[in-house]
Ligand binder design. Structure first.
Ligand SMILES: [Zn+2]
Length: 262
């Protein structure tokens, strides 16, 4: 085979290899990010749990102060009890005291409810804390594994790039330019097999003359349809030496393989 053609095939292998590795490296960061998000969600839930405890505690303190104020107020009214002179004044004072007592009971109920709320919020904290620890351990473990995989891939990438550089160094300028021109148009499928008179790049039938030229592997021959560079591989000769090469296309369709037994 023409050495430039051979080298272009190798170059293409390496280009596909580096693209494949590059793709895998690109997938690593999002995977780490996803686990990081799980950890962040657990941390947020814990923070919210702590804030809930704190806010119920504050509300309780406020309610307790309100109750103290109310109790003071009631005591002052009670002290006045001995000073009232008329029955009407006494009635008014009793009414006032009754109202204050109702308000006190309501304040006490509110404090109880807030204490329960606080206790409930506190009960949730150990579970939330454990969840953060679990997510953090999982994140650290996953990150470690993924970073190791990334380092491995970067090593493979460096090797492939170095091999690619070595191939490029031995390529003739015109071969490399042709390859790069097609690559810009067609991606990493530049050099393709011509088989059974078809270009396997675009699946179009080649004119007999073009196919004959491709079969020779002696030059950089482009497919007239997709302009990819063609090469030819001799069909694998099966166990049947009698089968002529020309018969291969139709025989290949039927996989019954009567040949080998004979
Ligand atoms: Zn083609």
């Amino acid at each position: 085979m023409y050495d430039q053609l051979e080298k272009l095939i190798r170059l293409q292998e390496l280009d596909r290899e580096t693209a494949r590795i590059g793709q895998k490296i690109a997938e690593i960061e999002p995977q780490i990010e996803e686990t990081r998000l799980h950890l962040a969600a657990a941390e947020r839930a814990l923070e919210e749990g702590k804030a809930k405890v704190e806010s119920t505690r504050k509300d309780r303190r406020t309610a307790e102060k309100d109750l103290e104020t109310q109790i003071d107020k009631r005591r002052k009214f009670q002290e006045q009890q001995s000073k009232v002179k008329t029955n009407k004044e006494y009635q008014a004072l009793m009414g006032e005291l009754e109202t204050l007592k109702v308000a006190e009971t309501a304040a006490e109920d509110r404090i109880l409810a807030l204490m329960e709320g606080q206790a409930e919020a506190e009960r949730l904290l150990p579970g939330l804390t454990a969840e953060v620890a679990r997510e953090r351990a999982e994140f650290q473990q996953k990150e470690k594994v993924l970073r190791a995989a990334e380092a491995q891939l970067r090593g493979e990438m460096a090797a492939a790039e170095s091999a690619r550089g070595a191939v490029v160094a031995t390529l003739e300028q015109v071969s490399l330019q042709t390859y790069q021109r097609i690559q810009r148009l067609r991606g990493n499928l530049v050099v393709v097999e011509a088989r059974e008179e078809f270009c396997l790049g675009c699946r179009t039938k080649l004119p007999p003359q073009q196919f004959m030229e491709a079969m020779s592997n002696s030059t950089l021959k482009a497919c007239p349809h997709c302009h990819r560079i063609l090469y030819y591989l001799k069909p694998e000769i099966g166990a049947s030496p009698a089968a002529p090469a020309e018969a291969a296309p139709s025989a290949a369709a039927g996989s019954a393989d009567a040949g080998p037994a004979a």
